[in-house]
Design a protein around this ligand. Structure first.
Ligand code: GLV
Ligand code: GLV
Length: 306
């Protein structure tokens, strides 16, 4: 970007506060944002009428007000595609860590509590040959589902739309949400956060799941009613959960981090060197193209380009 433009970079390895963001965008022709930056009408207006693009350094864009941007003729972009494998693999890491109690048993070793091998110590759940449920068979969900072949799992999925071709390719069976909840030994969420997917998993849904089930969320925190999840984990309504994302990041719901049947990590599903570089390249490329008057690679409000 520096080849073509004057670039000012956030000096911190953290998100800007709302106030810092409102100040930093002023007078810019382009802004690259993090998934924690809410870009609404106020931010767009603070940037000013010369601003052409907000490029999210994330695939999710629930932090963007697309309508407000489109109304102002501002392009919005995300980083789809390059993080599918990293995110799907991370969901698997959470699944395996939860099933085999990796975090809990590692804490035990580090605390110097290990006094010797024991037949029933840290008994977990088999993964092989179980039923894997995938909520959302999109770019990331389908990568996640594909990797289940290594564990000889039965894969079931649900989505707003059925995808028979993909079903065939990866050997997944379409089911309704109720069946997904009832039959999954592992249920992983790969849905976008939308008004209709908010609290996709709540108290009622948790109650329909198997007592031995494990819930994985590396999508968006508000897909799960986190308070209801804490209760379900505490009362062993389900067996465990592996979470990369939370309803009110960086805050965790009260009681969550005290539970041993949950693995919690800080929203790092796409955090690999290769993937973060690729995301950066897409965001930068989108800025350069847009400021040249060309269509960016991954526009999420293409109506502004017409
Ligand atoms: C990460 O959460 C992303 O949306 O890229
Ligand atoms: C475990 O280490 C075994 O030998 O069964």
């Amino acid at each position: 970007m520096r080849q073509f433009h004057d670039v000012e970079v956030n000096p911190h390895d953290r998100a800007l506060t709302r106030e810092e963001l409102l100040h930093a965008v002023r007078g810019r022709h382009a802004v690259i944002t993090l998934l924690t930056d809410t870009v609404d009408g106020a931010v767009l207006d603070a940037a000013g009428p010369q601003c052409r693009i907000f490029a999210n350094y994330a695939v999710g864009f629930n932090n963007f007000d697309l309508k407000a941007a489109t109304a102002r003729g501002v392009v919005m972009t995300n980083t789809p595609g390059v993080l599918d494998d990293a995110t799907a693999t991370h969901a698997w890491a959470l699944l395996l860590a939860t099933a085999r109690r990796i975090s809990e048993s590692e804490r035990y070793v580090r605390a110097d509590k290990w006094k010797g091998w024991a037949p029933m110590a840290f008994i977990g759940q088999d993964v092989d040959n179980k039923t894997l449920g995938v909520a959302g068979l999109g770019r990331i969900g389908s990568k996640f589902a594909r990797k289940a072949a290594a564990f000889d799992m039965k894969v079931i999925y649900t989505d707003a739309q059925r995808n028979p071709e993909l079903e065939q390719q990866i050997g997944a069976t379409y089911v309704d949400k109720e069946t997904l909840l009832r039959e999954s030994d592992f249920l992983s969420l790969h849905l976008p956060l939308l008004p209709e997917t908010h609290h996709y998993i709540g108290r009622a849904e948790l109650a329909q799941m198997k007592r031995t089930a494990i819930l994985i969320n590396a999508a968006r925190g508000p897909l799960v009613d986190e308070k209801a999840l804490v209760e379900a984990l505490r009362e062993q309504v389900i067996w465990g959960a592996g979470l990369d994302v939370f309803e009110d990041e960086p805050q965790l719901a009260a009681g969550l981090s005290e539970l041993n049947n949950v693995v919690v990590v800080p929203h790092i599903a796409s955090a690999t060197i290769e993937t973060r570089l690729a995301m950066g390249r897409i965001a930068a490329g989108n800025v350069i193209s847009t400021l040249r008057g060309e269509a960016p690679q991954t526009c999420i409000n293409p109506e502004v380009l017409r």
